[in-house]
Design a protein around this ligand. Structure first.
Ligand code: PMV
Length: 360
């Protein structure tokens, strides 16, 4: 599909009102998106596990109004008006207006909450933008009931991408690919698609325990980080590597080879941070306890042969990934050896999930 396929025509009847409630989960990239072109087009393809427990629940109320020059909306976060979030929503609506020209014909009530603690260092932009995009697509489908399910999902992902790149991977589960790449047919820079191959049983209900090393605000936003990939001395090699790693990971997800999975996923995480450390200006998002945890994981893996590995987002928290079959012993290991490195001993247990849900 092309960009023009996502431009909705103005519906004849706009006199509807109501509300929708939907949830969308966070996701964790295994092959990382780092670097972007204009209009949130990724510089390289990425692949992620959709999560299950860490999610945003958003209610979108709408009533028709005489069209205004600007968007008309009330925004609440956890039941309270939240001025600081308004500019992000405003910018999102401005970016998607060309694809949903009916937006200025409604007043919106947006009520949103996360299932994970607000300042946990877990970015809520992916789940938040995805949940809002799903609700806006439900409104568009109300105005145009002929819409297919496939179009709904693609356009929800397309819109979410315009809010926050990685949000386009939070509409569907369990594994999502975003960014055009030879090894994945139908892959697109415009939206995420579900990984169509049969996942090996090793990856069913794959576990992700998020070890909260630093719950504070990031010192460098991912927007700035992406921009620093322009003119980065290693950019071309990194983008090529992401295509190759994605092709290898496709095979691994089918054959279930966990040692290859571990090697690829950890290398991707460290490469992401290596790009940050070698950009101009350079920066480091890992904290001393991030490295303590990585070393403890490597020691435990070497001693017990348990197939655990880590990945990192653009922050200090560590995502510990492991098969469901070793859940009990890994949770013991976390409690005994890792919680001490977490801020207030805080960690969140999550697992691979199936994407956004219509709640009402
Ligand atoms: O979606 P953004 O612009 O916040 O970028 C996310 C980038 C990483 O989380 C570091 C990697 C990824 O692919 O999710």
């Amino acid at each position: 599909m092309e960009i023009r396929d996502f431009v909705a025509t103005m519906p004849e009847n706009l006199a509807i009102q109501g509300d929708f409630e939907s949830s969308a989960p966070s996701n964790i990239a295994l092959v990382k998106y780092w670097g972007k072109l204009d209009n949130q087009i990724p510089a390289n393809p990425s692949l992620s596990f959709t999560l299950s427990n860490c999610k945003t629940i958003t209610k979108l109320g709408f009533r028709p109004i005489e069209p205004q020059d600007d968007f008309s909306f009330d925004f609440r976060f956890e039941g309270q008006p939240k001025q600081t979030f308004r500019p992000k929503i405003q910018q999102f609506l401005e970016r998607i207006f060309v694809y949903q020209p009916f937006l200025k014909h409604f007043h919106f009530f947006i009520d949103t909450e996360n299932t994970f603690p607000h300042s946990s260092g877990i970015a809520s932009s992916a789940s938040g933008m995805a949940a809002l995009a799903v609700n806006l697509m439900r409104l568009e489908r109300e105005l145009n009931p002929k819409m297919t399910e496939d179009y709904f999902n693609k356009k929800a992902s397309f819109l979410a991408r315009l809010g926050s790149g990685s949000a386009c991977r939070s509409i569907k589960g369990e594994v999502v690919v975003w960014g055009e790449t030879k090894s994945i047919s139908k892959s697109s820079d415009l939206y995420g698609i579900s990984f169509e191959e049969k996942l090996h049983d090793n990856f069913k209900n794959y576990q992700d325990t998020i070890l909260l090393v630093d719950k504070g605000e990031k010192q460098v936003s991912s927007t700035i980080g992406h921009d620093l990939m322009n003119d980065h001395p290693f950019a071309t090699a990194r983008f090529d590597q992401a295509h190759k790693n994605l092709a290898s990971l496709k095979t691994i997800l089918k054959n279930g080879n966990l040692s290859q999975f571990i090697a690829l996923v950890e290398s991707e995480a460290l490469t992401l941070h290596a790009m940050m450390m070698s950009s101009n200006p350079y920066f480091i998002l890992m904290k001393p306890n991030t490295l303590e945890i990585i070393n403890a994981i490597w020691k435990y893996r070497a001693e017990t042969k348990t197939p655990i590995c880590f990945t990192l987002d653009a922050g200090a928290n560590v995502h510990l990934l492991y098969p469901e079959s070793v859940k009990d012993e890994v949770l013991e290991f976390i409690k005994k050896n890792l919680v001490g490195y977490c801020q207030n001993e805080h960690y969140i247990c999550d697992e691979v999930g199936s994407g956004s849900v219509f709640l009402s």
